[in-house]
Design a protein. Structure first.
Length: 282
């Protein structure tokens, strides 16, 4: 369920997804105590939580208690550096003003994109997207199977003979198979036809529950004996399970369309890196 973005829409979509994520983040506690004072300036617990959200995704998953002290130290250092910079009159520095203007532009972009997406990605639109997904992706048949992999056809035939005499498949897999799955009795879990090489899949999906192949199955990996433990039609993901991905898909379309609209009504001039006229596009 992924759509390819138009090149000029990619950056805006990143803004959209970051803005949507920010909206769905955890709500701050109403109890927001002071956690530090630096020359009279107060830092609150909400400041530490905000700092945590700016960390890489993996670190954001860590309990706040584990990283609270270093985060707070970082915030204290930041206040000290800010104070020092203000004393040096950097608030009026042209470079600071330029960076503030860029930060303001980015904030405006994020809020604009967020509101455009919020307005367009309604539950009605998402449900239509979900219904279309179900039509485009019909339920797949799956089997739960075990296999025994050997190097020679005669070895596979010997195993089938033992199975015909009542031997336990999982036990034979542990004893005879060369595949890493032998440790679990050859268990491959649930898979669809497209998950396996064609020869293996064709043989497995001809079997009913409890049946095993009566002839060895040859693939690029060797000779297989396959047993199907169960069959099912894989249920599709529910709407709630798909909602985040659906929202991202809809956001892509909304942002792409909005950028097309904005560009079509704007006068845009682009130049080469040296400021000379850009070469004409084919």
């Amino acid at each position: 369920m992924f759509f390819r973005l138009l090149p000029h829409a990619a950056a805006a979509f990143l803004l959209a997804t970051s803005a949507v994520s920010a909206q769905t983040g955890p709500t701050l506690a109403t109890d927001d105590p002071v956690v530090a004072r630096v020359n009279g300036a107060e830092l609150h617990r909400s400041d530490v939580i905000a700092a945590q959200r700016s960390l890489p995704a993996q670190m954001q998953q860590m309990p706040l208690e584990q990283i609270y002290t270093p985060l707070l130290d970082q915030l204290v250092t930041g206040v000290l550096i800010t104070d020092a910079g203000r004393k040096d009159k950097l608030a009026d520095d042209p470079e600071v003003k330029k960076r503030l203007a860029r930060a303001e532009d980015r904030a405006i972009q994020e809020v604009y994109v967020s509101r455009v997406v919020e307005k367009g990605a309604t539950d009605e639109v998402l449900h239509k997207q979900y219904d279309q997904y179900l039509k485009d992706h019909p339920a797949k048949e799956e089997v739960n199977a075990r296999h025994i992999l050997v190097a020679k056809e005669e070895d596979a035939k010997e195993i089938i003979t033992e199975l015909n005499k009542g031997a336990d498949f999982a036990t034979l897999a542990k004893q005879r198979s060369t595949d890493p799955a032998k440790d679990s009795g050859g268990d491959l879990g649930w898979f669809s036809r497209g998950d396996m090489v064609p020869e293996f899949a064709d043989a497995a999906f001809k079997l009913q529950k409890g049946e095993y192949t009566k002839e060895p199955v040859k693939t690029q990996f060797g000779w297989h004996v396959i047993k199907v433990e169960d069959r099912r039609t894989a249920p599709p993901p529910t709407f709630d399970e798909s909602k985040e991905e659906l929202t991202n898909e809809v956001a892509r379309g909304i942002i792409t369309d909005k950028i097309k609209e904005l560009r079509s009504s704007a006068k845009i001039e682009t130049f080469a890196m040296d400021g000379s006229p850009a070469p004409a596009k084919n």
